[in-house]
Design a protein around this ligand. Sequence first.
Ligand code: TYD
Ligand code: MG
Length: 464
Amino acid sequence: MANAKSVHVCTACGYEAPRWSGQCPGCGEWNTLAEELRARAGGSGRGAGQRAGASGVTPVALGSVAAADHTRLSTGIGELDNVLGGGLVPGSLVLIGGSPGVGKSTLTTMALANLVAAGRRTLYVSAEESPAQIRLRAQRLSAGQPLGIPVIAETDLATVVATLERERPEVCVVDSVQTLHCAELASASGSVAQVREVATEIMQVAKTRRIAVLLVGHVTKEGALAGPRVLEHLVDCVLQFDGERERSYRTVRAVKNRFGSTNEAGVFEMRDDGLVEVLDASARFVAEATRAPGSVVLCAMEGSRPLLVEVQALVSPSELEQPRRVVAGIGRNRLALVLAVLARHTGVGLGNADVFVNVVGGVRVDEPGADLAVALAVASAARGRPLQSAPGRPLACFGELGLTGELRTVGHSDRRLAEAAKFELGEVVHPSRCRTLRDAVRATLAGDAAGADAGLPSDPAVRS
Ligand code: TYD
Ligand code: MG
């Protein structure tokens, strides 16, 4: 421990500063710099270029580089393989982030169970649960051979690395990166320094021994990986596991993938015997759509696949100085933008109303194409009347809102429309049909056309 100087590391972005300051110079967040002991000389291999005796190497032309070996290991879970870009790449590090209870341990256990059944050497490292707890989960699963998975319950990083060296599995799950502990660092498990060290050491074994590692990571409520973003740079692939503990639908998507596209996403349902791939998600969401005031079907894209989901809104008079804006499945800032455009360009002002927006089924839609659905759901809720569509069918829509009230084209219109046609959704409102939000509101909440211009004075939720 030659270099025992302390550094201040930002808990949000991992930025390192020599001394404390209130605002992180890296990401601009306040009060995120925390003191960390730089307990290891030279840190985690950083500054290696300055080591004595280092000499240059001869560059090679790309054409004479041997093409990478493309053998991939199938996890036996089609949706997961798809998101990974065709299976696990030997020697790669995959980070699976998700909130507690979303099913990370379940998904990774199922993957190993399938790999065991396919005759692969695996290892499940749990730094959170005892072998008995892992067994309890495993025996519920109807996937592969869950009881054949070798497990260790260990929190000490050095022991885990030594075990990997000894066992040389082809695929290993580390659950979770935040609970493993490097004894040489003074800081607590889950701190930036710890997590970075854990990931770096495991990556070194993974690369040299060609072990595909699934690294489980917890995310905070806001959706960021707890602690350091630095992890995202270290690993080859980052999968985001979304959904809520209480709801049955979950989505897995790649936010970074060195070996495949980040356009793929998978939909799962949590059942009693584990996660089941949902291949007909659109059909279910359409069947469940209420068609009541405040409900609309969004033609969303989950990666390169269209998905019909119901977006619901509720508007009620607020008793608060600052009315509530509650969202599930979309970003708060996106709602703020939609409400501002609604108020400015259609006269649906909601300054005195609480607004709740929910994407049904626990699905998360992180695309601007959802704007129009949010706007129509809110407008319909504010007026207390359903959106007009073909008799008996819910209204569907997609499109981005521009700040001047125009509807903007979004990608994959054809696929979205095809999906809507497949499920016989009569009316689809989209940017090629309506040029502005005002047109869209008029077309779907007709009979109220005058109200659209007059600021809806009769509306109970919208008084000013
Ligand atoms: P878990 O995989 O432990 O979540 P995470 O590792 O992300 O924290 O399990 C999530 C929840 O799913 C848990 O509350 C129990 C439930 N569950 C089922 O409904 N069915 C199952 O087959 C399993 C294994 C878990
Ligand atoms: Mg878990």
